[in-house]
Design a protein. Structure first.
Length: 252
């Protein structure tokens, strides 16, 4: 247990879990990047050519890491896993603590004829099947890009017609929900209602906000926030997509 805690702490220090979804980033192998200076490194992140060109390549790499985990010690697996930027903390947790529930699914989210790739874990609650979505990727112009990756304190749910709900809770910082329309590889902001902990009038307190697709932000009262949160959920969370993951443990 102590070793596991140390490994997890090390991974959390190394991993950057990007969750904004505003700009998709190519899935790259960090270990194969080389550069002689900061300027060329910035360029390499976009143009080094070390990318996945199909979902099959991506899935094959995940199966490879699962094999490393099964046949090696924890330190060896950690060293190998942290070579890859897409191995975020939730992905690492799925590898190590939810191995039997870890899976993937290719599904067309926005109806444009191009499948997206979801990584997640499965579970059951009150005899019902559910999926915890960890990450979503898209294949554009022969390259796999990240659409979103969740961290430990947020959640993504996908609804009909490409509506995506991102809810988050950061203790002593912020909480709320934002709604996006997924379209051709991009998340387009629609509306959001959230609360931020701010310092005002010589004391800390919660300040509530609403934001629309034009990034126009206005302040709300607590009552308005509660009412608007229900309105947005009823408006966008009408029909959640039924997702059935293919579990990595069942690979042939």
């Amino acid at each position: 247990m102590k070793l596991q805690a140390l490994l997890t702490a090390a991974l959390l220090f190394i991993i950057l879990a990007a969750c904004s979804g505003e700009k998709a980033e190519p899935i790259t192998d960090e270990a194969e990047r080389t550069s002689s200076n900061e300027e060329s490194t910035a360029n390499t992140l976009e143009n080094d050519g070390v990318v996945f060109h199909s979902y099959d390549e991506f899935i094959e790499k995940i199966n490879y890491l699962l094999d490393v985990m099964d046949t090696s010690d924890s330190e060896t697996f950690l060293d190998e896993a942290t070579r890859y930027l897409w191995v975020t903390s939730p992905v690492y947790n799925a590898f190590t603590n939810q191995n039997d529930q870890f899976g993937y699914l290719q599904v067309d989210i926005d109806g444009d004829g191009v499948d997206e790739l979801l990584l997640g874990t499965t579970g059951s609650e009150d005899d019902s099947y559910y999926v915890d979505i960890i990450s979503m990727f898209t294949l554009r112009k022969g390259v796999v890009y990240t659409v979103f990756e969740r961290n430990e304190r947020d959640c993504y749910k996908i609804y009909a017609e490409g509506i995506i709900e991102h809810s988050f809770v950061y203790p002593n910082s912020s909480y709320g929900a934002e709604y996006f329309k997924y379209n051709a590889g991009n998340l387009e902001a629609i509306e959001s209602a959230y609360c931020e902990v701010s310092f005002r009038d010589d004391e800390w307190g919660e300040v509530y906000y609403y934001s629309d697709s034009a990034s126009q932000e206005r302040e709300l009262t607590e009552k308005e926030y509660d009412e608007l949160s229900d309105v947005l959920k009823n408006r966008y969370c009408k029909q959640e997509m039924q997702l059935q993951l293919h579990l990595f443990k069942d690979k042939q």
